[in-house]
Design a protein. Sequence first.
Length: 340
Amino acid sequence: MAKRWGIVLSLGLLIAACILAGCGPGGATPTPAQALRSTTVPTKPVEQVTPDAEVSFAAVADFSRLSSYRRVDTYRWKRDDGAYGVLEVTREVVNQPKAMHVLVRIQEGQAAPTLIEQLLIGGKLFVKYADGWAEMGEQADEGFLAQFGTGILPEEYLAEGKGQFVVKEIVETYGTRHYRFEKEAFKPAQGQKELVEATGDIWVSPEHNVYLLAALRLVAVDEEGARITIDLRSSVSQINQPLELKAPEKIITARPIPLIPIMPGATEAGAEGTTSRYTVKASPAEVAQFFREQMPKIGWQESEGSTADTLRFQFPGARCVITLKAQGAETLITVELIYE
């Protein structure tokens, strides 16, 4: 496994979607320079600066108050060893009753992009494959979003931050208030040790009391000591516009077995067949808690025979045994997947 680069993906859905749906080029492949191009925002100033005004990011990041919206989050990264990539998540959301359609595009370097399409309706998760949609079972909203990673959303960096008012501007057809966040307003995301540099701008709609656009530029150090430059942009549109999401009419009979999520900060220690080994800077108890929280979110149920250092999970057609062994400040994780 390559070093982690700032996001942690649920490999089961990612690999299954890639293999069964087929992954191919999705347009021109960006060069490293293009992958980290500066974020530009076409706006028109309409008012001078009011320097004393400020906004709490959390106060304008609650989209549950909207009836529906479309959101695009683009995460571009480049490590100090030259590796680079992009993750783009497009969501169409209806809040009542809760429904969400998601398109994901992942590309690392010059490799062909991985494309994933998913649907969450009535608490059930559906994944699209080449021959149709497959139902993955019950899925909580938080588990659905968590699979796409950590460190990829503005909320993870600015949840407790406050920004200073800059100017009123027009974004698209909306009147907005532009706020700027300096480094002290940020906190590192999960899997990051520190932020070396951080600045951000958001454009807030007073009418809806949510941000319509966010542009963050960061330099972070991950848990392995690697330096990573991040360009993160989020845009929200089609607010409270009619949006109809329906469960798929045709469901393929095969139900793919989701593979096992990887704990943030884990690095590969070896693999053989369907057995993989990882190490992570955490105690066995912390690792056990991670798996007991995350596995049920993708359909795995803990079965009889689990102990403090040996976790057992069951899924239709497969079993998973996760063994934990303390090694100083780290834990060795052995994951064995058994198909039935």
